[in-house]
Design a protein around this ligand. Structure first.
Ligand code: PLP
Length: 396
């Protein structure tokens, strides 16, 4: 029934989720799991947080769908106000809503072209920005790009992640004049790669000198994941454009490209036909979920909690994996942690074994050699440490 591209059945069938709450997931057979992946790094406030559930239920009862860019739902306005309030640096900002991370990236790429007049973009090796045909052009992995190359504009060149000095050479290689640089402050699907301190600030400085716009893709890192509200705050960097999705609503599909007002105002004023929009723009239950999730993150101090739990988890992992013959590095920032293994097979085996022992997690990295640990930020420290002790036993 489903395209055979989608759900992998081998070497073992997946589990089928029935219910989830906090950092726990139950499958259809009643087995309980600890969700060390946070449902692809989405459930920042925890699965099915009561406030978010209530917000979605209340909004759905009142208004499930409106006319996003024509006769919009009131809740969209409240969310836009909240998003621009959170834009780093505190200057005037504007936002463009979407439904997925890929949408947010494509809105940013379009904005960058309108604002700079230049289609070229420098992205980074290992970077992942989504699979829509626009976002795919800045995503690194050949696995995703190669079958669709004939449809890609190929206006992108790739610099070495963590090495700001490689930016200018990459720009010279770019097939089109460069208008923007897109970067993940910590690479997620690329393998939880934390760049050296100062990298992002250097990228910002080079962009300023060269007149390039800086797009921070915080689809994965946003909303407390790395122990700061946005990961660019670790270095006090203010991007021109910021892409957010995943943890924005902790489980409802909504995203945004938020940007400095002067850059966003490159969009023409709508005279009745929006130049960039979609049917479900400003989807009311998703907007309500996002507002509720933002409130939970603040009220439950989840940003600080991610920093503390993440630091304890990383320290425990480093201790447990010291000298481990199959682990080459434990790294991370907040609750975005990677255990790099000696081979993709090691990581794949560990994920399968962990699932058998009640832990859900995925491999990341370009070869799938990293164990990716991105649980809900609400996970209790003791459960996290117990789960990691089990995980280390699964690496063989
Ligand atoms: N950007 C980053 C940094 C991501 O990690 C992802 C997804 O993992 C995306 C963009 C694309 O998001 P989506 O899968 O919602 O389109």
């Amino acid at each position: 029934m489903e395209s055979h591209n989608t759900t992998c059945q081998r070497p073992e069938p997946p589990i089928f989720w029935e219910r989830a709450e906090g950092a726990n997931v139950w499958d259809v057979d009643g087995n309980r799991y600890v969700d060390l992946g946070g449902g692809f790094g989405v459930a920042n406030a925890g699965h099915a947080h009561p406030s978010i559930r209530d917000a979605v239920a209340g909004q759905s009862a009142q208004l499930m769908h409106a006319m996003g860019d024509v006769h919009p739902p009131a809740v969209k306005v409240a969310l836009l106000e909240a998003l621009v309030r959170h834009f780093p640096g505190g200057g005037p900002a504007r936002a463009l809503l979407g439904s997925s991370g890929s949408d947010a990236v494509e809105a940013a790429l379009k904005t960058a072209l309108l604002a700079s007049g230049h289609p070229g973009v420098v992205a980074f090796e290992g970077g992942y920005h989504g699979l829509g045909l626009g976002a795919l052009d800045v995503t690194w992995r050949g696995f995703f790009r190669d079958p669709f190359r004939a449809r890609l504009p190929e206006c992108t060149s790739f610099a070495r992640y963590g090495d700001a000095d490689s930016l200018r050479a990459a720009a010279r290689r770019c097939p089109a004049p460069v208008g923007a640089v897109i970067v993940e402050p910590v690479q997620g699907r690329g393998g939880e790669r934390v760049p050296p301190r100062g990298f992002l600030r250097q990228v910002r400085e080079i962009c300023d000198t060269e007149g390039w716009l800086l797009i921070a893709d915080e689809v994965y890192t946003g909303f407390g994941r790395t122990g700061r509200f946005f990961a660019c705050e670790h270095e006090g960097v203010v991007p021109d454009l910021l892409c957010v999705a995943k943890g924005l609503a902790s489980g409802m599909p909504i995203s945004a490209c938020i940007g400095r007002a002067t850059v966003m105002d490159a969009w023409p004023v709508s005279r009745g036909e929006a130049l960039h929009t979609q049917t479900f723009l400003g989807h009311p239950p998703s907007c309500a979920a996002a507002l509720a999730s933002l409130a939970v993150i603040e009220e439950e101090k989840l940003v600080a909690r991610a920093a503390e739990t993440g630091a304890a988890a990383l320290a425990a992992l480093r201790q447990a994996c010291a000298g481990h013959p199959r682990v080459t590095a434990c790294r991370g920032l907040g609750l975005m942690i990677g255990v790099a293994c000696d081979a993709p097979g090691t990581a794949a085996h560990a994920c399968r074994e962990a699932l058998r022992r009640g832990l859900i997690l995925l491999p990341s990295g370009n070869e799938g050699q990293v164990l990716s640990i991105t649980p809900p930020l609400v996970i209790e420290r003791s459960r996290m440490l117990e789960a990691l002790a089990v995980l280390v036993e699964c690496i063989a």
